[in-house]
Design a protein around this ligand. Structure first.
Ligand SMILES: [Fe+2]
Length: 382
């Protein structure tokens, strides 16, 4: 058996887990906390609540929310200056994937110097980062337990993928109550991001027995709970299951990496500033169709985890049911099914494909691909 490594942070999970915010960061030796968030999270009062617990622990803090969806390189630069000038010695992020990834990028530059482009790719961070505590308010990005950060390079209009063990937070505080303040569309899109993580990590070339357990269980939880979570913002059993699903998909992809869906999605998001989860929802079934021949057995397992009836079917028919199951779910939760619906047309396909070919997520895709393959998948999804 090959040597497997599995990296995970300390995880505090459950209703009301936000109450652990102060104690957690204090335990890591912090004195002044740099809290990265966004205006939406501030309005939903989760920041106020977290600050209450920092106050209780006798900690100082600086709140920084000057960032947009899909965090940009220039926003990270501003954040770094603020982190340094405010004399903070720890980072806390509260929000969806954007504030979490921005917080990670700020921590990298504050301690390693340079610009965020210097760290694009795999294992480029050499010096340790400040203590990081992350509180997700969406069930999707999995960034609270991942070795990934995704930042937009404005000049190239691409999303840079930064992968390093140093990006793994010290503590993830996952409180399902915080999901209640997200609307149906965001709940649907972020849930499909989590499902894309689970599916891609399960068929990844870097999948391990440990990542498999989390990936398959996450698919089961999402198939059973995403539509109910989209339908009702106060359905707490569904919210709790989606929080757990996102966390497990995060653990799976952080260790097994992703594949062609994310490699292609990052380029669309970089170009349009579109919602990452919605783009994944469009591309995932097409990418699965492309990957099917690489590992038909694993796609059968995915179909089963999605709740599809595969009894008495041939392996190929059963594997195809995985794609059908994803398409039905996307339709039920009301997300776009075609790239043209979100503003992509033929004129940008070649450029998107050239950039996707360079994305670090492509390395672990189970089927080899060249420029023409990727162009063809984009065209099918138009
Ligand atoms: Fe993602």
């Amino acid at each position: 058996m090959d040597i497997n490594k599995f990296v995970a942070p300390e995880i505090i999970f459950g209703m009301g887990a936000i109450s652990q915010a102060g104690e957690s960061v204090q335990r890591l030796g912090a004195r002044k906390v740099f809290m990265v968030t966004d205006e939406g999270v501030i309005k939903s009062r989760w920041v106020e609540k977290a600050l209450f617990y920092l106050d209780q622990a006798g900690l100082e803090y600086e709140v920084w929310s000057d960032l947009t969806t899909n965090p940009k390189d220039n926003e990270v630069e501003v954040g770094v200056k603020k982190y340094i000038s405010s004399g903070c010695d720890a980072v806390m992020a509260i929000g969806g994937g954007s504030p979490i990834d921005a917080a990670k990028a700020i921590a990298v530059i504050a301690t390693n110097g340079g610009i965020i482009q210097d760290y694009e790719g795999v294992n480029k961070i050499n010096k340790p980062l400040p203590p990081m505590v992350i509180l997700p308010t969406t069930a999707g990005s999995g960034s609270e337990v991942s070795q990934f950060a995704i930042i937009v390079d404005r000049k190239r209009k691409v999303k840079m993928t930064i992968i390093s063990k140093s990006l793994m937070p010290d503590i993830a505080i996952v409180d399902p109550v915080m999901l209640q303040t997200k609307d149906a569309r965001l709940t649907a899109a972020t849930g499909m991001d989590a499902l894309s993580h689970a599916v891609e990590s399960y068929v990844s070339l870097a999948a391990t027995p440990l990542s498999d357990i989390f990936a398959l269980n996450s698919i089961r939880l999402i198939a059973g709970n995403l539509s109910a979570s989209v339908a009702c913002s106060t359905n707490m059993p569904a919210k709790e299951s989606m929080s757990m699903a996102s966390l497990q998909a995060g653990l799976a992809f952080s260790n097994a990496i992703l594949g062609i869906t994310h490699a292609m999605t990052h380029q669309v998001d970089g170009l349009l500033d579109s919602h990452h989860g919605e783009t994944n929802a469009i591309l995932l079934p097409y990418a699965m169709e492309y990957n099917l021949i690489a590992n038909v057995d694993r796609f059968c397992h995915i179909a089963e985890a999605l709740g599809e009836d595969i009894k008495d079917l041939s392996k190929w028919k059963a594997a195809e049911k995985a794609v059908k199951g994803i398409r039905r779910l996307v339709k039920n939760i009301g997300l776009a099914k075609r790239l043209s619906e979100i503003g992509i047309d033929e004129s940008v396909v070649e450029k998107l494909a050239v950039n996707a070919l360079k994305d670090a997520c492509l390395i672990t895709n189970p089927r080899d691909s060249n420029l023409q393959d990727i162009v063809s998948i984009y065209r099918k999804a138009l």
